[in-house]
Design a protein around this ligand. Sequence first.
Ligand SMILES: Nc1ncnc2c1ncn2[C@@H]1O[C@H](COP(=O)(O)OP(=O)(O)OP(=O)(O)O)[C@@H](O)[C@H]1O
Ligand SMILES: [Mg+2]
Length: 411
Amino acid sequence: MFTSHLTPEQVFTPRLAEVNKEMYVSRPHLEKALKTALRGHLHLIIHGESGTGKSWLYKQTFQNSGVSFMVANLANASRLGSISAELKNLVDREEGTEKTAYTEAKSAGVSAGIAKADLVHTGQYQIGKMEPFEGCLKHLHELSKGHPSILVFDNLEAAFTEPLLKELADLLILCDDERYSKYKVKILIVGVPSGVKEYFYKTPHHATVANRLVELPEITRLEKSECDALVNRGFSDKLKYAIDDLPALLKHVGWITDRAPQVVHEYCLELAFLCEDSQRITITDISQADDDWLKKSQYYAYSVVESHMNERDTKAGRRNQTIYALSLCEGEQFKATEVEELVRQEFPESTVGTILNLPQMLSQLSKGERPLVRRSPKGDAFAFMDPRYRMVLRAMLKKNEERVEKRPISR
Ligand SMILES: Nc1ncnc2c1ncn2[C@@H]1O[C@H](COP(=O)(O)OP(=O)(O)OP(=O)(O)O)[C@@H](O)[C@H]1O
Ligand SMILES: [Mg+2]
């Protein structure tokens, strides 16, 4: 049998910072929105839950369209105490690379004079002497040869201290100043949705800042066809595994992972390891992968769900039925009436002619030390506390007639 030379961990990479071009699935709608926004006059902001593919999206889109960019990590800014310190890091790193290239060229005796002339010409040695923000802008300007380029501030949620928010606001405002605007660099801010909302709320001069930013559509889960493409490409094209029932596999992965890119990789990696010897995926393997995935990467979420389930399986186990119904909800928010409909539909015998107090049940699930759901700001709906809970519910709960059973996992 022909075997692939790629290993599962080369194909499925749940937390890889650089884009693996061979596994990147295109998200045409989002990529287009980003490219169009680049042509406008405002700075940009992208938001989406963790693991939805924000960083891969902008990196791939910029690289594909030849847009030069540099990424400042606000988590690092927070650690170092200022955004300037992180920008200085970036400048130093770039300068280090240039110096090494120059030294290597010189020691190899290759056109050292030209290399040196180039460096002096592009001013690489000077950017380190500028204040870091201007140094970054100048470097980007030179990289992009005068075309618009991007300075990314990623992980906005890591920068929620007053001094950092003020510094970021100042940098945005400074971009309008002629001394800086001449470099034609746009700013892109990236963060999780709650972080972005909080940002607008907390940031100093928020009206001035909001006025300079355009918000891109939220990055959410993959489209069904994109998720299918990812799974198929990984298992069939790259790993060359035989798949007994491809439609069933695609459906299952999409369902369990809720099509969140990072989780798709996580789950598929478990399945790929499991089938590495046989190079074949059977239905039994898929069920075993659910177990492995729950055990290895979802242990915390599993224990949260478990803590909300009925201890003993009382009559109809109404609470368990409610939790099961939650796993079927597709939208981000769900109303009590919608959940009630699902409970009645899934458990017709034990609910007929019975009053179900779903608002109260949901309210209970939103309480305690580790709540499963939370009330929406308006108070008329609920959402999962963590998007992972929905995925874990889907992998761990099974319906057996009118009862709900949980998949035990060994600890
Ligand atoms: N378009 C894509 N095609 C295939 N895989 C993807 C895609 N986008 C993201 N992924 C997968 O999801 C993982 C997480 O993506 P990424 O790091 O971009 O998420 P993020 O939204 O920036 O998360 P965080 O907020 O935690 O930084 C990637 O490492 C990759 O495995
Ligand atoms: Mg990211």
